[in-house]
Design a protein around this ligand. Structure first.
Ligand code: T5A
Length: 218
């Protein structure tokens, strides 16, 4: 099974992937946890370029091709081998990010973006995208508490963040296998919502015994 957490910058995906990993450990599931862009040597190198500071100016098409270059390696070297081994793959971002950021955010033609995504993935799609939905200003506030300076995409500002949020909500309504979970509240509250969603959709894999208290306390 292939599950992807999505959402705008600072929505809490990394935090939630970590909490999900604890749950998977408790459930005794064999899984691989990873992030995009990245996950392979070439993917991490591309990540350095894509997430450089705003001085690394590039056309939207260059950004798209770089991200998809990383994705092709990620699919071939990380996702497909793990799935072939019968492992669960939990990913921080995948192709829905490309539609939201490069399609809607950068204004590239969505059908062309989808076609190029299919080349990079050779048609692989997740079993479920979980979009963590958060108002753009809250995501910005959460990130501003961190010491890191904004990367090229974070530096795009509020209106870009608003566009990306709206894009995710639109994609959730129009694309298959996309669900939205509110990212408001404490990390534990958000985690409880994600677990409920997984238990409801995939009861054979995720039992509800550890659902309420993240980390196995429930
Ligand atoms: N990108 C990526 C594209 O444009 N196209 C693509 O196809 C792909 C794959 C990736 C960038 O690349 C772009 C999108 C992105 O701009 P990234 O760093 O991986 O960059 O992604 P970000 O979303 O920017 O990652 P962040 O780590 O900043 O955000 P997360 O992972 O959503 O949030 P997280 O968990 O790190 O939390 C952020 C802060 O909030 C706190 C955390 O402790 C942390 O300080 N926090 C909460 N605070 C209060 N309440 C909660 N519930 C909280 N949850 C977390």
């Amino acid at each position: 099974m292939f599950i992807v957490l999505e959402g705008g910058d600072g929505a809490g995906k990394t935090t939630q992937v970590t909490l999900l990993s604890l749950w998977f450990d408790d459930l005794g599931l064999s899984y691989v946890s990873t992030r995009e862009p990245g996950g392979t040597a070439v993917g991490e190198a591309i990540r350095e370029i894509v997430l450089a500071g705003p001085e690394m100016d590039m056309p939207a098409e260059t950004e798209l091709m770089l991200i998809l270059g990383a994705r092709a390696a990620f699919v071939r070297d990380v996702v497909r081998p793990a799935l072939a081994d019968g492992k669960l793959v939990i990913a921080d971002r995948f192709s829905l990010s490309t539609m939201a950021y490069q399609g809607y955010g950068r204004g590239l033609d969505l059908d062309q973006v989808k076609r190029t995504v299919t080349i990079a993935t050779r048609g692989l799609t997740p079993d479920l995208y979980i979009v963590l939905d958060l108002p753009a200003d809250e995501g910005e506030d959460r990130q501003s508490r961190e010491a890191e300076s904004p990367d090229r995409i974070e530096a795009e500002g509020r209106s870009f963040r608003d566009t990306v949020r709206e894009a995710y909500l639109h994609l959730a309504a129009t694309e298959p296998d996309v669900t939205v979970v509110s990212a408001m509240g404490t990390p534990e509250e958000v985690q409880g919502r994600i677990r409920e969603e997984l238990v409801a959709r995939f009861p054979a894999t995720f039992t509800d015994s550890e659902m309420i208290e993240p980390g196995g306390a429930g």
